[in-house]
Design a protein around this ligand. Structure first.
Ligand code: 13P
Length: 352
């Protein structure tokens, strides 16, 4: 493990005004998203879609790194250039999802543990040779009055600790993602309580596994009301609760907190990030986005697998990345969205 290398990568991923694109949906998940829009899902169509995102002109101004899926990091464009090299050429750091998904946790009805530790050391070596400099592992926690159970929290925290230590051994920055789900009728207070417990266990596990906190990033959920909760917290309440929870549970030496969007609408994810950034409380870590759906939804719905929609889809992605980059600096303005029509001729300045 080379601490300076890890720290430099982690810092570059949270460079001022930049965030991460999570484009690491498994073939199965992306197929479901394609099917909803009647887009045929083949390795080729998935490659075309990923290439659309990765080659969007101007996106490197706002995107520091991209998380890929195993299929993508092995793919090449029509000229034979690996997709990870296409990212590197633009100064975007290639990353990789290395977990193999959330599987039912024996002894804990309705809960999951994320798997993928078997053979991980060898896979990390291979991914590093393919250009990956950071890796992601997502643990999932369902919220009810009695869930998540302590065994679910402990099992997932332990796996995150092992994952992070293995990454650092291979000079790969771990992105530790414990996601407390938004689905459910729980209150924002319950989300905060669960997230606090989860973060407490996760950092305990990272400590036990001798993880260098300066060489990792945390990818948490925001503290939100459950999606079907009767009372939805305001943006200020979300931002305040999110910062309070993180300040109490995330050590100051962690270089960055990179939020997931977790099923929020794309505009809402931007607005929440913007309010969090605007709060003047001093924050010991950089705060930015590592969004999947909230960066991609509009682009995918515009593309629809149709060559004629390629440029407008890139404009939609560029626009969302630009809005989120503004939000990171606390400079998002809702008129950025109301002005965007996606009809500009330039992918660069479609909304400027
Ligand atoms: P969402 O932003 O769509 O939640 O995806 C982020 C992610 O990487 C999930 O693992």
């Amino acid at each position: 493990m080379k601490p300076q290398i890890l720290e430099a990568i982690a810092k570059a991923l949270v460079a001022d005004g930049k965030g991460i694109l999570a484009a690491d949906e498994t073939a199965g998940t992306l197929t479901k998203r394609f099917e909803r829009l009647k887009i045929p899902s083949t390795p080729e169509s998935r490659r075309e879609y990923r290439e659309l995102l990765f080659t969007t002109a101007g996106s490197p101004d706002f995107i520091s790194g991209v998380i890929m899926y195993d299929e993508t990091i092995h793919q090449r464009n029509s000229r034979g250039i690996p997709l990870s090299d296409i990212l590197l050429e633009q100064g975007i750091i290639p990353g990789i999802k290395v977990d193999t998904g959330a599987k039912p946790l024996a002894g804990a009805q309705g809960e999951t543990v994320t798997e993928g530790l078997d053979g991980l050391r060898d896979r990390l070596r291979e991914y590093r040779a393919l250009g990956a400099r950071f890796a992601k592992w997502r643990a999932v926690f369902r919220v009810t009055d009695r869930l998540p159970s302590q065994v679910c929290i402990s099992a997932n925290a332990h796996a995150l600790g092992r994952f992070a230590a293995l990454c650092q051994e291979q000079d790969i920055v771990p992105i530790v993602e414990p996601e407390v789900l938004m689905e459910g009728n729980h209150t924002i207070g319950r989300c905060s309580e669960v997230t606090a417990n989860v973060l407490h266990s996760v950092f305990n596990a990272l400590y036990e596994h001798n993880v260098l906190l300066e060489g990792m990033l945390l990818k948490p959920n925001m503290i939100l009301s459950g999606s079907t909760c009767q009372t939805q917290a305001s943006r200020m309440e979300v931002a305040g609760a999110t910062l309070r929870c993180l300040l109490s549970h995330v050590p100051a030496v962690v270089p960055g907190v990179v939020f997931l969007s977790g099923g929020q609408s794309d505009v809402m994810a931007t607005k929440h990030l913007d309010v969090i950034s605007r709060i003047s409380t001093s924050k010991p870590w950089k705060i930015t986005f590592s969004y999947g759906r909230a960066l991609q939804d509009q682009a995918l719905a515009t593309w629809l697998g149709n060559e004629n929609n390629y440029r407008p889809a890139q404009q939609a992605y560029y626009h969302r990345a630009k809005c989120n980059a503004a939000a990171v600096l606390g400079r998002y303005d809702a008129t950025m969205d109301s002005r965007f029509t996606g009809e500009s001729t330039s992918a660069h300045d479609s909304d400027s």
